[in-house]
Design a protein around this ligand. Structure first.
Ligand code: SAH
Ligand code: SF4
Ligand code: F3S
Length: 477
């Protein structure tokens, strides 16, 4: 019976997709192609844009040549990320001229942080672009696209209007049944680290009101989400208005979210060490839904570099903070971001970063060569570090971080951990999920386990993932 139902609904979905494809071929419906760069905040925004476009009658396509609308949701954080956009745009311009020969129009849209940071410069470098839209104007997307399609000149929209964006975007859920969902609770940044573009691309810190977040979380769990990751550039600086006029911190918000039936796992990212307050640390001890994982970027282990970065804490303060977090939740998995080769970084400064890493022991980390971003204070510093020194330091740091990640994963072997299965694997009969420590884990089991949290015994490890076995009775469920 279950099989039959599943089969017929699959067929419905297929014929629905075919019908949509046929409508696109007939020219009755417009198709869009969307590519996302950068962080989870962009992933979340892309999902919102897709919802808005679907509500306007667009259908998504993976075939860029078939798209009436192409959107690149871009990232400006490092030079490489931003430059990739321009090479993609060159290719898309060619597709646009091919389509024009066939009598078809293509609206090329650049959204996201490059749009916000570079605005009209994008059109100057690539005149085929029709619309440039910053992250705070997505609620006007439909209107802007129609105007861009009708206009001979390009449209640039880079106003800051965060509250309206969240009020006007359509309600979630989208993909019904996705067990793990993102929810943006805070956007923007007032910290102005001297290397970083985010305060300029995402604007001032803004926290969404509590009621709005709770109702979105309920819609997500009603749609099948059992895990929600709260997003923000400085998510632990969250201070949203509750209905009674009080202000809730992130710990307060998590306490409210934990009351939602069916929400089994709560995660959050990215946090700043200065906003890691005692209540949030205590929440890791007291709230069972809070997952034992914390992404807390430190960037450097040198006090001189931290000061030049305007991080406003010392290496010792970070290490002490980690000790307090571990006292509250001893098994917590820690991860961090690092920048090597910040202007003025000496061998001794870099050694201090290595020493910090050895002392803290991270489960996972992201490390980058410093990338000069024009308009940020660090770009104007004179003592830039040569590229080969940066490369060498990055390799040295990454080797250490990889060892720590491998050690963390190796320590899981033999343990039985609750795993939330998120999807089926590539091979039939396989599943992919996450441990509480955010480790990716592969196991054999029935597709009916997707969306369920079940005990899995870890049998093997790699640097980036684990393999486990599900109890045979459960696996066949
Ligand atoms: N809000 C977060 C970071 C967001 S940006 C925080 O404060 O930690 C994500 C990461 O990109 C940063 O943690 C940093 O490690 C890296 N990054 C940002 N600007 C960079 C730059 N100019 N060059 C290299 N890496 C950078
Ligand atoms: Fe960028 Fe994070 Fe610093 Fe804000 S706190 S300026 S987002 S690195
Ligand atoms: Fe990139 Fe913007 Fe995110 S610059 S990292 S997409 S906030």
């Amino acid at each position: 019976m279950t099989e039959l139902t599943a089969h017929s609904s699959e067929q419905d979905a297929e014929s629905g997709a075919e019908r949509a494809a046929a409508r696109v071929r007939d020219g009755a419906t417009k198709a869009f192609y969307l590519k996302t760069f950068g962080c989870q905040m962009n992933v979340y925004d892309s999902e919102s844009m897709m919802d808005a476009l679907a509500a306007d009658g667009y259908v998504a396509t993976d075939a860029i040549e078939a798209a009436d609308l192409v959107i690149l949701n871009t990232c400006h954080i490092r030079e490489k990320a931003a430059e990739k956009v321009y090479s993609d745009l060159g290719r898309i311009r060619d597709i646009k001229s091919e389509r024009r020969k066939a009598g078809k129009g293509t609206v090329i849209t650049v959204a996201g942080c490059v749009a916000q940071a570079e605005g009209a410069e994008i059109v100057r470098r690539q005149p085929a672009v029709d619309l440039v839209v910053g992250p705070q104007s997505y609620h006007k997307l439909g209107d802007l696209i129609s105007r861009a399609a009708a206009s001979k000149t390009s449209i640039i929209e880079t106003e800051f209007a965060t509250p309206e964006k969240f009020e006007t975007l359509p309600d979630k859920p989208r993909k019904a049944g996705s067990p793990s969902a993102f929810l943006t609770v805070q956007e923007g940044c007032d910290k102005f680290c001297t290397f970083c573009v985010v305060p300029y691309t995402r604007g001032q810190e803004f926290s969404r009101p509590v009621a709005q977040i709770l109702s979105e979380a309920r819609r997500l769990t009603d749609g099948g989400a059992c895990e929600i990751t709260l997003l923000g550039q400085n998510v632990n600086a969250y201070h949203g208005a509750a209905s009674d006029g009080a202000q809730l911190s992130l710990a307060g918000l998590v306490t409210e979210l934990a009351k939602i039936d069916g929400l089994q796992r709560i995660r959050y990212m990215t946090s700043h060490p200065r906003d890691m307050d005692d209540d949030l640390i205590a929440a890791h001890r007291d709230i069972p839904q809070m997952m034992p994982y914390l992404h807390l970027p430190v960037q450097s282990g040198s006090d001189a570099v931290l000061a030049a970065m305007n991080r406003k804490h010392t290496a010792r303060e970070y290490i002490d903070l980690i000790a307090r977090v571990r006292a509250a939740r001893p098994d917590i998995a820690l991860s961090s971001d690092f920048i090597v080769g910040f202007p003025g970084e000496t061998d001794a400064d870099f050694e201090a970063t290595m020493a910090l890493v050895r002392e803290v022991q991270f489960a996972q980390s992201f490390s980058f060569k410093y990338s000069t971003r024009s308009g940020t204070p660090a770009a104007a510093l004179e003592n830039q570090v040569p590229e080969d020194v940066k490369s060498h330091r990055l390799l040295t740091l990454q080797a250490l971080l990889e060892n720590q990640q491998v050690a963390f994963n190796a320590a899981a072997v033999g343990r039985t951990l609750p795993v939330l299965f998120e999807r089926t694997g590539r091979e039939p009969g396989t599943l992919v999920g996450r441990t509480p420590y955010l480790q990716l884990i592969h196991a054999d089991g029935s597709p009916s386990l997707v969306g369920k949290t079940v005990p899995v015994t870890v049998t093997a490890y790699r640097q980036m993932s684990l393999t486990g076995s599900v109890d045979t009775v459960i696996a066949a469920a």
